[in-house]
Design a protein around this ligand. Structure first.
Ligand SMILES: Cc1cc2nc3c(=O)[nH]c(=O)nc-3n(C[C@H](O)[C@H](O)[C@H](O)COP(=O)(O)OP(=O)(O)OC[C@H]3O[C@@H](n4cnc5c(N)ncnc54)[C@H](O)[C@@H]3O)c2cc1C
Length: 511
């Protein structure tokens, strides 16, 4: 690259002959000036044209706005100072990553295999998933088979279901983690990293339905059903979702009205009813369905067949999620597709909730970390805010303090619960961790909403939802309420958490 002196650059400071320096690199903006969204007048300002515009540039732009083809040289004897994170790398700066990933910190929870997985997952997400996620979030297109196949090759669909027999014999992330050593911290890492695609609707479209719809098959399906369905879903050849909620049965699942009645020969169930808000429902082949039966509730694996109709629901996030309204009209389901005991389906559904809610906590904490990362970096690079920030805006420091404190405390609670999960059977988790996980989820989603509100610090730039410095903060703010509802509404979970704790409270304890 051509070496240019600062004196030489200064001579190119008029319309039609306009050079600037950004981080020791020289750019020729003579032609680009007319296309600059802020107008050529901004670039022709005496502090910019022919000058070092590094601080001004980073006050208004992300690094990726720079067009490498406009670079004509480098400043003689100088080298770039800015630290730009490449795909796959860790963020620099205190609190921008959980402490176990920060230089000089240690943790009792993570081993080398966790670190290897984190590194590989971040690279995969940012290189393979992120580009498509950003595009499809806006277009509403469904995740491509190409991305799903690449994820299947790395066994990411399988890892998202957590530890268990379904991992045995699989080469996790190309073999960097042994299936036998895979634990809930590995799963937490997978969730933390996958959400770095920063696209909430597309993110749910990336087979969230199978994260909640497949466990009942894994835990309660017959051997024949498992042998057929699990490989198809984990290889992304077929898709599954969880269909429990109905127009009149959300928080209270016992209000569901979808019925399943046995045929006289006892060989089939006949299913009738409607389900609403079902993630991935528009494109699923299998539906894990909660039904009302003679003696209670029963969960069935319904296949897409005659009588099953799915329609997209327009929601406030991307259509990529495939959120559906589903109708079942006289659908014949073989009795072999019953998941768990007949009439005891509530047990099947409730035991599924712990894991679903814990996964939501993992993604919520990861998303709050990214919001903190963005806000801290923004203040580090924004000249407009930096000066008053240092001296006159303690209120902004207070906001940042709260954001940091929230995410650090949630991370610690989440790690503690995850550690407990590693040391309990699935059954014990259902017995002992309902209160912990319910209340952790309440705290995660309340804090998430406060942090999303505080993270909107960039003025008008926060409302440029598709480009610009504030795009991630704005996307987060507009989609954060979903987590407060999914897997159980906040109020309901708060109530459940305390009721569960009180149920276990020794009756004779006194002050
Ligand atoms: C985008 C999206 C995706 C979804 N995906 C799925 C899916 O894949 N599968 C599926 O089965 N469902 C899915 N759902 C449904 C979701 O689980 C329900 O929306 C949720 O359970 C809440 O039910 P509801 O919307 O009927 O609200 P309601 O139950 O009517 O609750 C409304 C409000 O009333 C209050 N409330 C209700 N009951 C109580 C109580 N006992 N104590 C205190 N307050 C109470 C709460 O504040 C709550 O916010 C999805 C929903 C959305 C929005």
């Amino acid at each position: 690259m051509k070496q240019l002196t600062r004196e030489e650059v200064k001579r190119h400071n008029i319309e039609g002959d306009l050079w600037i320096i950004i981080d020791a690199k020289v750019y020729d903006l003579s032609k680009f000036a007319a296309e600059h969204p802020g107008g050529k007048i901004t670039l022709l300002h005496k502090d910019i044209a022919g000058q070092d515009a590094t601080d001004a540039f980073y006050t208004f732009h992300r690094h990726n706005v720079l067009q490498p083809n406009l670079q004509i040289g480098v400043v003689e004897g100088e080298s770039a100072r800015m630290v730009i994170r490449n795909a796959g790398e860790l963020s620099k700066g205190p609190h921008t990553e959980p402490s176990w990933l920060q230089d000089g910190f240690s943790s009792p929870y993570y081993k080398d295999s966790h670190r290897r997985l984190q590194k590989a997952m971040r690279k995969f997400t940012e290189e393979v998933i992120y580009p498509e996620a950003q595009e499809f979030e806006i277009s509403g297109k469904r995740v491509s088979q190409r991305v799903l196949d690449l994820m299947a090759e790395m066994e990411i669909h399988a890892m998202r279901l957590g530890p268990g027999k379904h991992l045995l014999g699989r080469k996790l992330m190309g073999g960097i983690v042994e299936p036998e050593e895979f634990d809930y911290f590995h799963e937490m890492i997978v969730t933390h990293e996958v959400i770095r695609m920063k696209a909430r609707g597309y993110g749910d479209g990336l087979l969230s339905g199978s994260v909640i719809g497949l466990p009942p098959v894994l835990n309660f399906g017959s051997e024949e059903l498992k042998a057929r369905v699990i490989p198809e879903v984990l290889s992304a050849k077929k898709f599954i979702c969880l269909a429990v909620s109905e127009p009149g049965a959300g928080s209270d699942v016992t209000a569901m009205t979808t019925t399943a009645e046995k045929t006289e020969d006892g060989k089939f169930w006949i299913v009738n009813g409607t389900k609403k808000w079902i993630t991935n429902g528009t494109f699923c082949d299998y539906f894990t369905v909660g039904c009302r039966t003679d003696g209670g509730y029963t969960v069935l694996l319904v296949e897409r067949t005659e009588g099953v109709e799915t329609k997209p629901i327009k929601t406030t996030y991307s259509a990529s999620a495939g959120t559906a309204y589903i109708t079942f009209t006289n659908v014949r389901v073989p009795v072999e597709n019953t998941l768990g005991p007949e009439d005891a389906g509530l047990l099947v559904l409730l035991s599924n909730f712990n894991h679903e809610r814990w996964v939501i906590c993992c993604s919520s904490v990861g998303a709050q970390r990214m919001a903190v990362d963005e806000a801290l970096k923004h203040f580090n690079q924004c000249l407009v805010l930096k000066k008053p920030f240092e001296a006159e805006l303690p209120v902004i420091r207070q906001k940042l303090a709260q954001m940091i404190a929230r995410v650090e405390s949630l991370q610690s609670w989440l790690e503690n619960v995850t550690y407990q999960m590693n040391h309990m059977s699935y059954r014990e988790q259902s017995k002992r961790l309902v209160s912990q996980i319910s209340l952790l989820k309440v705290q995660c989603t309340r804090y998430a909403q406060e942090t999303a509100h505080d993270a909107v610090l960039m003025g008008g730039m926060d409302f440029m939802s598709q480009t610009g410095l504030g795009k991630n903060a704005e996307h987060y703010r507009s989609t954060v309420p979903f987590d407060a509802l999914l897997g159980g509404a906040e109020d309901v979970l708060a109530d459940l958490g305390v009721r569960q704790a009180m149920n276990k409270f020794p009756e004779n304890v006194r002050l």
